[in-house]
Design a protein around this ligand. Structure first.
Ligand code: FRU
Length: 496
């Protein structure tokens, strides 16, 4: 049975999706039919497709009462839009269906676990009551179960926040189900709690999986927890991080911990890294693909950079390109899914080209491109900097600049056409391999994703530069020799 609230959302998205000008959409990054999106939710494999749900407010380009939007894909590049899956239509989620995850049940149905939110009055204060609920469905329609909320406020351990309790990651181990949930203990920082169930309806609190102890931000949102290449990985999105050298930037961040899983499923952390060094990345989720890869997708936006230019468009927010993870020397690396290469159009290859004053190359222009540049720093000794300007015309450009003495990469979108003084510049240490700098840049109209080295570092940013700004220009302060290759990306023959 579809509620009136969900039916309305489905009709609305169907009517308005058709009205979004095609020029507002990227060509292969996932966007909503209409309106606002934030976190990826319920990223899962189900009946031959990869399903992705997402935080969704169809009715405006701002955050509002959260629905779950829904898409599916077979190859992570072409996304098929499905009707919205969840709406805030129950007494216990009337203020929003917040983030969560998905799992396939033994009877073949799919289960979604999400945070159900209601605003309640506690004395003088109005607070968000965040509890965990379940909906079960067939890949298209989902029904919220009778026993919701299955993990209620009453089950939060003594001393932890009654308000910040969200984003369940559901996992199955042997014959038990577990949910990892973001929480905030008395010290005000973040921690991840573990709940356990035999039948998905009755849950018990079991233990603390990991504690922040005020080291990595405060509230930890959107946990993901999985085994990878013999290690255990915990991903969290902490709020209010403090800057720490060139690894962690202040604000809402994403941290990946590598460590070990203990007997009781709790986590012993060994190392921590930032997941993405750009300005626009948050709340990622991962899946294990049918062929054994670990693929991650993130919200290509951040609470610190969103809400700029919302009024000028009918859709706001997009997901990153899905990325394959690998581990190299204890660091988790990311690279765009290999399926992207199936969408290579006209290619270009300029080995050993000389760069000095501004130089552009025939075939290397546009806003939808897979571009790789590499330079041997030993051969190029004497060069102080190397720069790539993207999305360029007389008035605009977005730059990726490498500084040799600092060994830093600097992204700068202050000339991209944005009119707000949000974070426009980011710097981070460049990963080098045999003293070689390698940069792979994926452009899709309004975004740039940079993968440096062998994917040791990635950086994502949105650029709302007019589509007419198409030039790509390379320069360096002294003569340099670089290898440049790549291809146009032609995911769909979308015509404007
Ligand atoms: C993270 C987050 C989640 C929450 C959702 C609400 O971006 O704040 O913690 O469930 O967004 O839309």
């Amino acid at each position: 049975m579809i509620s009136e609230t969900l039916r309305r959302a489905r009709e609305y998205e169907k009517e308005f999706a058709a009205k979004v000008p095609k020029s507002q959409r990227p060509l292969f990054h996932m966007t909503a039919p209409v309106g606002w999106i934030n976190d990826p939710n319920g990223f899962s494999e189900y009946k031959g497709y990869y399903h992705l749900f997402y935080q969704y407010h169809p009715y405006s380009t701002h955050w509002g009462p959260m629905h779950w939007g829904h898409v599916r894909t077979r190859d992570f590049i072409r996304w098929e839009s499905l009707p919205a899956a969840l709406a805030p239509d129950a007494e216990y989620d009337s203020d929003g269906c917040f983030s969560g995850s998905a799992i396939t049940l033994p009877d073949g149905r799919q289960l979604l676990m999400y945070t159900s939110v209601t605003r309640v009055q506690v004395g003088e204060k109005s607070i968000d009551r965040q509890q965990q609920s379940i909906a079960v469905g067939d890949g298209l329609d989902y029904e919220k179960i009778e026993g919701n909320p299955v993990i209620s406020t009453a089950m939060i351990p003594e001393g932890n926040s009654r308000e910040d309790f969200r984003d369940p990651k559901i996992i199955q181990e042997k014959d038990k189900y577990y949910a990892l949930i973001g929480s905030r203990p008395g010290d005000g920082s973040g921690e991840i709690l573990l709940f356990e169930s035999d039948d998905l309806k009755t849950w018990q609190y079991r233990t603390v999986v990991a504690r922040c102890e005020n080291e990595y931000g405060r509230m930890w949102e959107c946990p993901d927890y999985f085994e990878f290449d013999g290690k255990q990985i915990l991903i969290v999105s902490p709020q209010d991080m403090k800057g720490d050298g060139k690894e962690f930037h202040p604000g809402n961040g994403t941290v990946l911990f590598v460590g070990e899983k203990k007997e009781d499923l709790s986590f012993a952390r060994e190392s921590a890294q930032t997941l993405d060094f750009g300005m626009d990345f948050y709340a990622p989720q991962t899946i294990q693909t049918c062929d054994g890869r670990r693929v991650m997708i993130g919200w290509m936006q951040n609470w610190d950079t969103c809400n700029v230019g919302n009024e000028e468009r009918m859709i706001y927010g997009q997901m990153t390109i899905p990325r394959e993870l690998s581990i190299n020397n204890g660091r988790v690396c990311q690279n765009p899914v290999r399926e992207l290469e199936n969408y290579h159009g006209k290619s270009f290859d300029y080995p050993n080209v000389e760069i000095c004053t501004e130089k552009s190359f025939s075939g290397i222009r546009g806003r939808c491109l897979d571009l790789t540049v590499s330079l041997d720093l030993t051969e190029n000794a004497g060069m102080n900097w190397f720069k790539i300007e993207l999305c360029k015309d007389k008035a605009h450009s977005v730059t990726v600049k490498y500084d040799v003495s600092e060994n830093t990469l600097r992204l700068d979108r202050s000339m991209s056409g944005g009119i707000r003084d949000i974070v426009n510049i980011r710097e981070f240490e460049a990963p080098l391999c045999d003293n070689r700098l390698k940069l792979r840049i994926i452009m899709d109209r309004y975004s740039i994703e940079l993968f440096a080295g062998n994917g040791e570092k990635s950086a994502s940013m949105n650029v709302y530069t007019p589509l007419e700004a198409q030039e790509i220009v390379f320069s360096s302060d002294k003569r340099a020799v670089a290898d440049i290759c790549g291809a146009e990306l032609v995911p769909d023959a979308i015509k404007d």
